[in-house]
Design a protein around this ligand. Structure first.
Ligand code: S3P
Length: 439
């Protein structure tokens, strides 16, 4: 168990300088998964050495894959091929990581052996039927609790067949899960998304030489091919950069350069939303690295105004809403979010938890079933709880840049699931954050 960690953040300050935030979490997970089932040695740089991605890495080691590292973001994965994984002697414990669990369900449904997937308290409450139901349609045998949650028992030795599936919710995890199962299925597996979601799995499969076809909102692959090892350079995570995009926007006198940030168009909703609110963000030196677009982002402080966030941007900014709510609290006027019910089933109920915390800080925030309405204005001090949700903890730390008293945040150890070194980096850029441990 990690020791209890709280943050105490003094009010005010500004963010200046330049930084490269840690590697992209989604891409890091996928690098280990695809590298492990490829043929040959895959070398990864920029890997995110945080608990979630390390849970995926540990799971593949348990299934017999030799992986060197991580050492300063470098991994060397000796791929075992599509059929070279071995049963783990122990259940695969995936901590807080929904991406590990949902993607592994697909990848393991097609193996010859049984697997058991478990997670922490938050992960054990998250909905898994969205993956187990379509996997069953493909011929998988999977058991969950009566509520459709983990622990998940996957029975190996089933013959999977491709399906043509239209997702009821826009989810990259569901899409990726089914594409990974599709590698092991007879015939073609197609997934249609109701709105664009992150496409890292499709891009990376192609990087490993696997044919993936997309026509508008439908993506398809045929089972039975092979993946050839490759080199991957993981860009900095735009979801981690988002805390500083908002921080520099709201704190007067800020000027920040965030380097080598992944700007895949299925992830840049946060930039679009902040710009609609009046933020000054420049995208510089755009380039493509290992099949993923990357750029340096320059942010200057600006006065933000409230907006109605366009529904089409919701899946493209799905992880950034906690800190976008902080931007809304600093904006002039009202910000309205709709079409975001998914936020209620993330690492915490991010609508309720953010509304509760903002109210403690004196901000008018009204949760709705699928969103929130936030009245911009003054942010006060107070003590808020993160409910063990990394992005809630970091969002409230950033709020202190515009608060008029100290903000204390309880239960911040889980920041290590996505952004190790957040407090230290934030401090070096100008946030007055103190880390308090109970040891
Ligand atoms: C992820 C997809 C998103 C996101 C999560 C990571 C991924 O979830 O919230 O943090 O790596 O595919 P959904 O696809 O369920 O929206």
């Amino acid at each position: 168990m990690t020791a209890r960690i709280d943050y105490r953040v003094a009010p005010g300050g500004r963010l200046t300088g330049q930084a490269r935030v840690p590697g992209d979490k989604s891409i890091s997970h996928r690098s280990v998964m695809l590298g492990s089932i490829a043929e040959g040695t895959t070398r990864v740089t920029g890997f995110l050495e945080a608990e979630d991605a390390l849970a995926t890495l540990a799971a593949f080691r348990q299934m017999g894959v030799t992986i060197e590292g991580p050492e300063q973001g470098r991994l060397s994965i000796q791929g075992v091929g599509l059929h070279g994984l071995r049963a783990s002697a122990e259940p695969l414990y995936l901590g807080n990581s929904g991406t590990s669990m949902r993607l592994l369900c697909g990848l393991l449904a097609g193996q010859s052996f049984d697997s058991i997937l478990t997670g922490d308290r938050s992960l054990s409450k998250r909905p898994m039927r969205r993956v187990t139901e379509p996997l069953r349609q493909m011929g998988a045998r999977i058991e969950t609790t009566a509520e459709g949650t983990a622990p998940i028992h996957i029975h190996g030795g089933q013959d999977l067949h491709g399906i043509d599936y239209t997702m009821p919710v826009a989810s990259a995890q569901v899409k990726s899960c089914l594409l990974l199962a599709g590698l092991y299925a007879e015939g073609e597996t197609c997934v249609t998304e109701p709105a664009p979601t992150r496409d890292h799995t499709e891009r990376m499969l192609q990087g490993f030489g696997y044919e993936v076809r997309r026509k508008e909102s439908r993506v398809c692959l045929r089972g039975g091919g092979r993946l050839s090892a490759t080199s991957l350079d993981v860009p900095a995570d735009i979801s981690s950069a988002a805390f500083f995009l908002v921080g520099a926007s709201i704190a007067p006198g800020s000027e920040l350069l965030l380097e080598h940030v992944g700007i895949n168009p299925t992830r840049t909703g946060v930039i679009d939303i902040l710009r609609l609110m009046g933020a000054k963000i420049d995208v510089l030196n755009s380039r493509v690295v290992g099949g993923e677009p990357v750029a340096d982002l320059k942010v200057l402080s600006s006065s933000l105004k409230g907006i109605h966030i366009p529904d089409r941007l919701v899946p493209l900014a799905i992880d950034e809403f906690p800190v976008l709510f902080v931007a809304a609290a600093c904006a002039e006027g009202e910000t309205v979010l709709t079409g975001a019910a998914e936020l209620r089933v993330k690492e915490s109920d991010r609508i309720q938890v953010m509304a509760d915390g903002l109210k403690i800080l004196g901000v008018e925030a009204r949760p709705t079933p699928d969103g929130i309405v936030i009245q911009g204005g003054r942010i006060g001090g107070g003590r808020v709880v993160s409910h063990g949700d990394h992005r809630i903890a970091m969002a409230f730390a950033i709020a202190a840049l515009r608060s008029d008293d100290t903000i204390e945040i309880e239960d911040c150890a889980n920041v290590n699931t996505s952004f190790p070194g957040f407090a230290e980096l934030a401090q070096s850029l100008g946030l007055q954050v103190e880390v308090l441990t109970d040891e």
